[in-house]
Design a protein around this ligand. Structure first.
Ligand code: ZN
Length: 247
């Protein structure tokens, strides 16, 4: 590790759970972030600052003035620009030592393989269930780590799953009755700091998974920021899950 990196990441290295070995693992990790709304802006900022080796940013949307209330990578001068390229340019200013890729793309069954190639961890920060289901099946097939978050109003949630573990549940094990109705914030209310908190949790889960020496539980965490309540639920494989029983 370079001398400048020893200083740059010294506050991580001082944590016994991370140390130099953990920081090296972070620096060689590859993470894709699908969706650069509030969650993606928050998560990608902490992952870039933490020195994640490769960040692959995916979004096909443009920056709208209603985004500025919570999507902290974007400024007034960025209005109508592509989210993916603006996010990439902002994150490079934060950390030019890491590799940041931007893809102006909406994920679908045909492009997902090439879009997410080489990533070990996928952050699902999307706002619709069709894309969530697609990412879930891809991660399960490729035995990747899936970290997924959502937020609406004052309530947010996230879960993380490691498909290298055969016993890991999948998204559809615990959200059985999903239809294609949008889950999150495209047209609904959302408390600005909530996406910062959930996005930070997603970055935290990513780093904890990267440095983990032992198997981590699959759990879903629900947060009510109005009441400051946090609830965590252990997730189990559903024997009747139509995805898990098929693959
Ligand atoms: Zn399942």
């Amino acid at each position: 590790m370079k001398d400048t990196d020893l200083v740059r990441y010294s506050r991580h290295i001082m944590l016994p759970e991370i140390d130099i070995e953990g920081q090296k693992k972070i620096s060689s990790s590859k993470i894709s972030i699908v969706g650069l709304g509030g969650l993606g802006c928050s998560a990608s900022s902490f992952l870039a600052a933490s020195g994640v080796g490769t960040l692959n940013l995916i979004d096909d949307d443009f920056i709208d003035i209603s985004n500025l209330q919570r999507q902290i990578l974007f400024s007034e001068k960025d209005l109508d620009s592509q989210k993916s390229s603006v996010a990439k340019n902002k994150l490079i200013k934060l950390n030019k030592e890491i590799d940041i890729q931007a893809q102006d793309l909406k994920l679908n069954a045909f492009n997902i393989e090439s879009a997410l190639k080489n990533s070990e961890i996928i952050l699902d920060c999307t706002d619709n269930f069709d894309t969530r289901k697609l990412i879930n099946i891809y991660c399960k097939n490729k035995e990747l780590i899936l970290i997924s978050g959502s937020s609406q109003g004052w309530m947010g949630q996230f879960f993380s799953l490691d498909f290298k573990d055969d016993n890991s549940p999948c998204l559809e094990c615990f959200f059985e009755d999903l239809d294609s109705e949008d889950l999150t914030c495209r047209e609904s209310s959302i408390f600005s700091p909530l996406v910062g908190v959930i996005g930070s949790f997603m970055a935290s889960e990513s780093i904890k998974r990267i440095i983990a020496s032992e198997k981590m539980n699959s759990e879903l965490v629900e947060l009510n920021l109005k009441e400051n309540n946090l609830k965590s639920i252990k997730l189990k494989k559903n024997q009747n899950c139509k995805i898990c029983s098929k693959l």
